[in-house]
Design a protein around this ligand. Sequence first.
Ligand code: SPQ
Length: 424
Amino acid sequence: MKLITNQTGLKGIIEVPGDKSISHRSIMFGALAEGKTRIHHFLEAEDCLSTIDVFQKLGVKIERLDSEVVVHGVGGFQGLKRPMSDLYVGNSGTTIRLLMGILAGASFDAVLTGDDSIQKRPMNRVSKPLEQMGARIETKDNAGFAPVRLHGGNQLSSIHYEMPVASAQVKSAILFAALQADGETVIHEKEKTRNHTEEMIRLFGGEIHEEGLTVRLSGNQRFTGQEVLVPGDISSAAFFIALGLLVPDSSVCLTNVGLNPTRTGILDVVEAMGGKLTKEASTFSGTIQVETSNLQGMTIEGALIPRLIDELPIIALLATQAEGETIIRDAEELKVKETNRIDAVAKELAKMGADITPTEDGLIIRGKTPLHGAKVTSYGDHRIGMMLQIAALLVKEGEVELEKAEAVAVSYPNFFEVIKSLIG
Ligand code: SPQ
């Protein structure tokens, strides 16, 4: 696909689609609750539709109406039904990993699998703690990858778990299993990761304690159906934040963006880089306004990384246009996303003229490099594809041809149309 290049003066107001992490979890908790759950501003993108599909196969009635999704809860884990076929999650890591926790204590066997990318992402980070809780899980050739077979009929027990990686998906899978176990589970995180599962447990009437890096949860809780209002996804907003900052003479306003503090690392980075960004927050969401800015390179590391892990590809693009050097470290998790995002970002931006070096746990980017036309690929990774379209807007000469552009539908189906709507 030929990308849009060479733009100036992009202005507009955008409401980004619903948060992907919250949309997945609202289906999951809605399914496990008693009664109806109504979800507003649900993300109608491939990943979240995979979650709907899987829960329908598990016997949950889910209706997709014009402005909402309605989930008819089955009233607990034991209300889920044996699926008639393998459960296919497409490209969605969140779906497969959280589902492993949800089905860890089921009375039936289930096989979970997904596309080529899913079959290359590590599942043993989830199966290991679940096995310690009493689950029986087989991964393909015992190598820790999907397809994953969960054996039914196991009584789960609570666990005290020290997380070896900073991962909300691992934490969430353990929390779902802990809800089926007797006693209290205690998880100690390596760094604080997104807490949407914890927030959902509270929203659906359950009890969970978060204190610093420690999360405590007791089993056998009951949930009641709720009205869920999904805020806009800050990870999708990030692409338009970058567009507003980088494209000359631009200003962009993003409305109803989710501002959970475990996700707002990108805003802290933009401010530290000297970006002109203002934010007006209400309780859960807010409006973000950005204008074209002169940015300064910086070091991004440590506890900040999980708060912006999915935004690192677009932050790398910001760094190519900033004054001085940007160092991203402690981000080895990028290697096990939809693709190896360290390599993908370095290779594709270098093709466009960026001065960027991949490292074991991040990237070193020397700024103020003009970008030029090139033939690039998303590697089938939605976030790489969207980052490359924003990069193309800065290209003054030559064309940018993107392979596997369709990947953006995983989290932002009308992304290219929104870009077009800002032109003129
Ligand atoms: O769901 P998936 O494919 O893992 O999606 C990604 C993304 O870029 O959209 C990661 F590739 O987001 C993850 C995120 O990186 C979503 C997520 C969640 O909803 O719990 C948590 C993060 O992953 P992890 O492995 O750090 O827990």
